[in-house]
Write a protein that binds this ligand. Structure first.
Ligand code: NOJ
Length: 520
């Protein structure tokens, strides 16, 4: 089972370049995060996940690493990271880093060596075919013509992100190496070394990028499970409290691989999309949010979420956790197509479900998804979710004193700020803060508290059970009213737009209630 410390935590996901610029160069940095730790703490967040901070040419926002052992100068130094970790520790905030396990940048020295004509210790660090005329067809995307070495290299994402070689599970071509090939084991051992290095400087764990994809030609996911179980056991020998969070979006496989937490997001499963960005009949990878459950139109179907969620929850609940994040740097912001009332109901759900909540910076104030921005650092349509944090009404919304920021700040007339919402008891920020506090105080709402569905449709009602109490949560994202009989109300912990009527509760539009009921 996972580290005990994880259970009652709520994480905050920080996109470092957009959080707070401490030195006036127009881009966020580690010292900026240190300055804002008191805000993070006051909100009740007890963990942070920071997107990649390693040295990089930033073709893909830092997911194209050149040196895994060095903080990118624009963010500061390794010493700054150590200070950040210490400051987090003082405040009991856990810190997890983004581990880009599957690829590097083509600018990485390892890749440059791997591209050389003469064989060397890095020749097999990446996946290459034997001839530039063999494009690896059937095994993913390959790039040819870029090296003096004969062959095409496999890309993991963009063309400048060559896939590291952890081996193939099923070998079908002579250029494919088995997982236990000494050179593949070297790649694996280097990854473990990187993880230990950052834990040594104070990291408490990692969010692993594209965690499912390291072993190639592994349709049954046998090889990848073996790899991660090994990596985790090695890491735990030195850092028994470290945790691993996966970008996998298939908890049954991720938790069985040794991950403590798996995100369900926009791929593999429909579950996330059905909640926030899905229109019936659409392909899960499509963009829009028409009939998602958390929409005031009230046309969503919670069953579509529950069918998958319960299957994965029941299969994994004794071994690890599912996270339903409010968003991340790859998704349109949760505020897209929703107003503050919609968002409050969505947060009542996100902060009372089992598992570990992760809130993307700025979602706590309903920052907007900015449409049609030119792509920055490989963001493309993701760029609109990555704009600078809006702290107050000073220059650049308090993000930076620079004349030009690396991405435009939302300066529209209705652009909200932290400062403004701190002063309004009824703001989204204060609603989120209050819900986090309730979660923290009630073990029923922790990651491993029991979960039982009481009623589907609108409102969606469920019960969470802990050692000390049982809590009912009912959320009605819809514009339609509904009256329902629910289990006995002992003490109301939070509510919005509901009325008690005899034995029932009337749910007005966009409403929710969180209350304690009798234990048995
Ligand atoms: C997933 C990351 O979240 C995304 O931002 C990145 O572009 C790809 N992996 C490639 O590393």
């Amino acid at each position: 089972m996972s580290a005990e410390w994880l259970k009652d935590r709520v994480f905050y996901n920080i996109y470092p370049q957009s959080f707070y610029d401490s030195n006036g160069d127009g881009i966020g940095d580690l010292q900026g995060i240190i300055y804002k730790l008191d805000y993070i703490k006051e909100m009740g967040f007890s963990g942070i996940w920071i997107n990649p901070i390693y040295e990089s040419p930033f073709g893909d926002a830092g997911y194209d690493v050149t040196d895994f052992y060095k903080v990118a100068p624009r963010y500061g130094t390794n010493e700054d990271f150590e200070r950040l970790a210490k400051e987090c520790k003082k405040r009991d905030i856990k810190i997890i880093l983004d581990l880009v396990a599957g690829h590097t940048s083509t600018e990485c020295e390892w890749f440059k060596k791997s591209s050389e004509f003469e064989k060397n210790e890095y020749s097999n660090r990446y996946i290459w075919t034997n001839s530039v005329w063999d494009s690896g067809s059937g095994y993913g995307g390959f790039i040819g013509g870029a090296s003096e070495r004969d062959g095409c290299y496999m890309k993991n994402f963009f063309y400048f992100q060559p896939a590291l070689n952890y081996g193939f599970k099923n070998i079908e071509k002579d250029w494919q190496l088995p997982m236990d090939h000494p050179d593949c084991l070297k790649t694996r051992d280097e990854l473990i070394k990187i993880m230990k290095y950052w834990c040594g400087l104070g990291a408490d764990g990692f969010r692993v990028d594209m965690a499912a994809s390291l072993i190639k030609n592994d349709p049954e996911k046998v090889g990848i499970k073996e790899l991660w179980r090994y990596v985790k056991s090695e890491l735990k020998k030195e850092y028994p409290q470290a945790i691993l969070v996966s970008e996998w979006s298939y908890p049954k496989d991720a938790i069985a691989s040794g991950f403590d937490v798996d995100f369900i997001i926009h791929f593999h499963l429909k579950a996330y999309n059905t909640l926030f960005r899905y229109e019936k009949g659409m392909n899960p990878s499509d963009e829009w949010i028409g009939n998602s459950y958390f929409r005031s139109a009230g046309k969503g179907d919670i069953d579509e979420f529950l069918d998958e969620y319960l299957e994965h929850y029941n299969a994994t609940k004794n071994d690890g956790y599912i996270s339903i994040p409010s968003g991340n740097h790859d998704l349109p912001r949760i505020s897209k197509g929703r107003d503050f009332d919609d968002l409050k109901v969505a947060f009542a759900f996100l902060l009372t479900m089992p598992g570990i909540p992760f809130i993307y910076y700025g979602d706590e104030i309903g920052m907007k998804y900015i449409e049609n921005l030119p792509s920055k650092e490989g963001g493309y349509n993701r760029t609109g979710s990555r704009t600078p944090m809006q702290w107050d009404s000073t220059k650049n919304k308090g993000f930076s004193i620079a004349d030009e920021t690396y991405l435009p700040v939302d300066n529209s007339i209705d652009a909200t700020t932290v400062r403004e919402q701190l002063e309004d008891n009824n703001s989204l920020l204060n609603t989120v803060r209050n819900l986090i506090e309730i979660r923290k105080k009630n073990d029923a709402l922790w990651a491993d508290g029991g979960f039982e569905v009481i009623k589907k449709g609108y409102p969606f009602v469920y019960k969470r059970t802990g050692k000390a109490s049982s809590i009912i949560i009912a959320v009605n994202p819809s514009d339609n009213e509904a009256k329902v009989d629910l289990p006995t109300v002992c003490a109301v912990l939070a509510e919005k737009n509901v009325e008690r009527e005899g034995s029932g509760i009337k749910f007005n539009k966009q409403s929710y209630i969180v209350y304690e009921t009798t234990k048995f």
